[in-house]
Structure formats: structure tokens, C-alpha cells
Design a protein. Sequence first.
Length: 213
Amino acid sequence: MMNRDNFLEALNIIKERVLAANGEIFDFEIGEPVSRELIDEIEHKYGVPFPADFVRFLTTIAGKVDISWGIYTDDWFKRGQQLPFNCPDNGRLYWDAEQYFRGEIEWYTQNPRNLPFLHQKLLLSQVGNGDLILFDLAPAESKKPIVYCSHDADYEGLPQVATCFENYVESLLKLGLVGDDFYNLEPFLNFETGSIDAEQPNAVAWRKLFGLM
């Protein structure tokens, strides 16, 4: 089970790999864990229990994580041409317990005019292009799947990208936090299991290029 120490270790390895490829670290903030009382206050505000593994991460690992990187060099572009898909040139991981006190975040849950596909969803993070990464609160299990909502998708529904929050974080750490937009995630998705698969051929090829294997 992941703890704060091995989480920080994995993040620092990713940072080293980005810098070794002459990339840039734009954000690298890992907050302290938050109290169970804060989670209780948020859950009371929204009227729903948060996913169990998300609560564990918030209270034992970090209440906020904001990490982003980019590699935009000609050399990286040339190296990436060996991959059988478009080579990712950026990565991001974000969550923040405090965001749930902000009005624009509450809107996604409370606004009665929301489209049906946003019902029983809880925002995890907003992607830079306007897309949303959401918890699907409908399943009865204490851990909730994570789905992706695109602002301009040509597909129906919300594709699932992880079976639960812990699966989402662990998979992204193996992939160097690639993404977080769907364009970058899609080559690594297993649509049968509904999760990012860090062991499938595309992922293995990427991890070797990035220096994580």
C-alpha cells in the first residue's frame, strides 16, 4: 500500500527523468496530509461520502498535489518518433482538498441545470483544455471509479480511466504522470478493464523511453 514516503520517492524519480531529458518542472507542490475533521466538513457540505481511498490519500499522504512538467525540445520530438503513437511531451497530477470549498467547484455537484451525465459525479480535477476528471459516485462500493469528461468529444458517455483513485495514482506514477488530458492517456487505456494499464505494450515502450524501466 502506498504511503507518503514511497509516493514522494516516485515523484522525485519522475522529476529526475524530466530534467535528464532537458525538460522543465512547472509545478512541484506536495502538501501535508489534512485532518479527518476537514474531510468530514467537506462531506457534510456536499452531502456525500468521499471515496475511501481518496480520503486515505488526503489524510495520510497529501491534502494537495500540484505537479506538472513539459519536454518541448527537438531532441525529445525525434526520440519520440520511435513510439507507435504520438509521444507525450507533458505530464500532470493534481488534487486539492481545499478546492471543494470554492464556489466554482461546488457548482459541478450542486447546479440543478447540470447535464444528466454530471449527476452523481464529483470533480477531482480540471484539465487545462477545459475537460474534467471526475469520480463516479453511482457504484455502491466505497472506492469509486474515475471517468473523463471531454468538452469536445466525438464519443458518447464518459470513458472510465481508473477503477479507483489509488489505481489512478499508482498507474500514473508508473507512467511518469503522463497526461492528464485524454489525448495523452488514451494510448495507455485498457477499455476492457476501464483503467490505465502501465504494463501493456504502449506503456512499456513509453516507460523505457522515459527512463522508468
